[in-house]
Design a protein around this ligand. Structure first.
Ligand code: AMP
Length: 427
């Protein structure tokens, strides 16, 4: 066993998995760009307050999952557990409200949550997060959901399900919780699990998405918040559903979907896909009309979503989808004798500088052993230089796939490969 292992809940993405990652991230960037989203990078850590206030002190993330530490200057900092709060902090700090609204931003990078690791749930995972800040129109919610839709569709996901709910706003949610939900849950408190009795005191809305088997019959019959929305939230929800219906994006209404972050208002949604076990959410998001204000900016609406890249890769593997291969050298030089090796080094240098990847056999092994190495590499073409070829100013180029071999003049080798690859681009 290795002396050191990656910390619990973290993982290495090895070269053999990188093709999945590059494919997913390339598509994510491309699709976000089609909707006018621009990339942003924010720090991996922020002032703890940004998340405590932004995500909300009563949430699991803030109470149990943050990596919080004091730096040597005594400041309390936290590794980001999500992107939204940091991006909103940047929006306010850089006065982005004077730019044309909405400001559409996306970020890709690691986030950190101290969770119990299991398949699909890690302590460091990677998010693709899209944030549309400064627009109240339900069309913005639709576009955010649409980016998620387009990404999963481009990846060929099967059995994608969108679950949708509205959890109202600061006007209609508190009276719903106070006058409808809490009295209902209290009337059946004896049937709730211990954890949910605690939640009822601290964050009653979260009882609705409990996983506790004991509490299921109670929450199944809870009066849905969607029947207690104010006129504005009701209209907003209807408009979003109109767009989803118009463009035939299937979704399921789930009155129990509340999501774990305090900042959500109105729209919340979650996306699941086949191929994952219990941790089957591949993305989720919602509207956060109060967040900019909570972090010290002027009242500004916003809506966003985040997708977990590790889980997307797990789904691709479970569904048997293979990504396009990453570019790798297709030419391998084998040589016999020191002058031939020097010629190989110089020719490989010319190829690389003209944009063609090339490998040169290290050392001075036998031609047979170099050929074996070539066949284990990414290369399809082997350039063979022996004493005879060298004296004629030539090389032999062997196609490992067809077994065909031709002589090519050294001075023409770059042009020869350029012509070949123009006709046969890599698959
Ligand atoms: P959330 O901010 O919790 O909605 O997370 C957004 C997405 O990130 C989820 O839908 C998952 O795909 C992914 N995700 C969240 N937490 C984890 C985790 N601990 N490990 C891996 N992926 C995660």
């Amino acid at each position: 066993m290795a002396r050191y292992q990656a910390p619990r809940g973290t993982q290495d993405v090895l070269p053999e998995d990188q093709a999945y990652w590059q494919w997913v991230l390339g598509l994510a960037r491309e699709i976000a760009g089609r909707y006018g989203f621009q990339p942003i990078d924010v720090p991996v850590f922020e002032d703890t307050e940004v998340f405590a206030r932004g995500v909300g002190t009563g949430t699991d993330i803030v109470e149990k999952e943050m990596y919080t530490f004091k730096d040597r200057g005594g400041r309390s900092l936290t590794l980001r557990p999500e992107f939204t709060a940091g991006i909103v902090r940047a929006y306010i700090e850089h006065g982005m409200r004077v730019r044309p609204q909405p400001v559409k931003l996306y970020a890709i990078g690691p986030v950190f949550r101290y969770e119990a690791p299991q398949a699909g749930r890690y302590r460091q995972h990677t998010q693709f997060s899209c944030e549309c800040i400064g627009e109240a129109d339900a069309l913005a919610d639709f576009e955010i959901m649409s980016i998620a839709w387009d990404l999963y569709a481009a990846l060929g996901f099967q059995e994608v399900q969108f679950q949708l709910n509205s959890i109202g706003c600061q006007h209609c949610r508190p009276p719903y919780i106070r006058d409808v939900l809490v009295p209902y849950l209290q009337s059946r408190i004896n049937e709730l699990s211990k954890i949910d009795v605690e939640r009822l005191q601290k964050n009653p809305l979260r009882v609705l998405d409990t996983k506790e088997p004991e509490s299921q019959p109670v929450v199944a019959e809870a009066p849905p918040i969607t029947e207690h929305l104010c006129a504005e939230c009701r209209d907003h929800f209807a408009q979003l559903r109109f767009y989803l219906d118009m463009l035939e994006r299937p979704y399921e209404l789930n009155p129990r979907l509340v999501r774990g972050l305090d900042y959500y208002t109105k729209t919340v949604f979650e996306v699941t896909a086949a191929g994952l076990g219990a941790q089957n959410a591949v993305g989720g998001g919602g509207r956060y009309d109060g967040l900019v204000e909570v972090l010290g900016g002027p009242p500004t609406p916003g809506v966003g979503f985040a997708a977990g890249i590790e889980r997307i890769v797990l789904v691709l593997k479970a569904q048997g989808t293979t990504p396009p291969p990453l570019p790798a050298p297709r030419v391998y030089f084998v040589h016999h004798g020191s002058p031939a090796k020097d010629a190989a080094v110089a020719l490989a240098d010319q190829l690389r500088h003209s944009g063609i990847g090339a490998l040169v056999a290290f050392g001075n092994r036998s031609m047979k052993s170099q050929m074996r190495q070539a066949s284990k590499s990414s290369a399809r073409y082997v350039v063979i230089i022996g004493e005879e070829e060298l004296s004629r100013g030539e090389v032999q180029v062997k196609d490992l796939q067809t077994g065909q071999q031709v002589a090519v003049r050294q001075a023409e080798l770059v042009q020869w490969f350029q012509n070949l690859f123009a006709q046969h681009p890599p698959q």
